[in-house]
Design a protein around this ligand. Sequence first.
Ligand SMILES: *Cc1c(COP(=O)(O)O)cnc(C)c1O
Length: 328
Amino acid sequence: MRLAGFPRIRVANLPTPLEELRRFRQAIGGPRLFMKRDDNTGLALGGNKARKLEYLMADALEKQCDVVITTGGPQSNHARMVAALARQLGMEVILLLTGEEPKDWRGNLLLDHILGAQVIFAGTKDYDIVHPRMEAMAEELRRQGRRPYVIPVGGATPLGSLGYVQAILELMGQATDRGVNFDYIVSATGSGGTMSGMLVGARIFAPNLKVVGISVSRDRVSLTQRLCSISEAAASLLGVELKFPAEEIDVFDQYIGEAYGIPTPEGLEAIKLLAKTEGILLDPVYTGKAMAGYIDLVKKGYFPEKANLVFFHTGGAPALFAMEEYFR
Ligand SMILES: *Cc1c(COP(=O)(O)O)cnc(C)c1O
């Protein structure tokens, strides 16, 4: 296993805090619950993408790239963090965002502009169109003598997911320090890079730790296929051959609501409940829905009462500032 052998730039604030949520647990019941504060990683307001970017941008530096191209929705946390890190490293950044340009610059989109990213709207939400278009832009830049580095949506590549293999190692160290044995991780899952890394990390460092993903966009079948293939490829980068059969991956897709990016009533309630009990801010697109899923699973008795759980707070709070109307 050669995790330590991969080029990595240490730009995230790690280890992130691990906090027990006592008041929140009193409100909802269920087993002992901790929160891994990956919303505190840094990179212009933080989030899970920081860990992936430690590996992806190290690769960009090694290739001596001078401009980074990536994509995401108009409220993409990933795009904002890529922009921040590219700037920190002295690179330019082009964000090819999905859909049409919103009339207001709010939340992450405002931050993208402040960071001086070149923001372009693709006019489509179809990544099968957006990804080739990023490649075409990169090709054009190469013809002009530039050295572009393209990062797919969410940084969900085997290399990027190594950030979450490392996160599991970090969590296990904290668990030992605290004298707790964790049985479950619960996390929002979107493009799948985060959960893939967790699956690989758990298999290698903590074989009894189960990873439960709450999908915010994809259906169970297509998400588990994706998780399988990213996890297996990440494992083979590390020089280990691991199998992740789709039927053994725990993913729930019933908390998405109408669509990706559209808040659900249960997600908004979960955001308000955590804020009122712990003073911690979740987000409406990812962690609010994941927490709503967690609360529902607790109600259904999915987790044994004696278990110890970690909810990964993967960030996203900047999107709150683009969602005022939902909280009125
Ligand atoms: C991107 C993101 C996720 C999901 O991570 P993936 O690796 O895309 O599955 C979860 N939470 C927040 C806040 C994110 O920005």
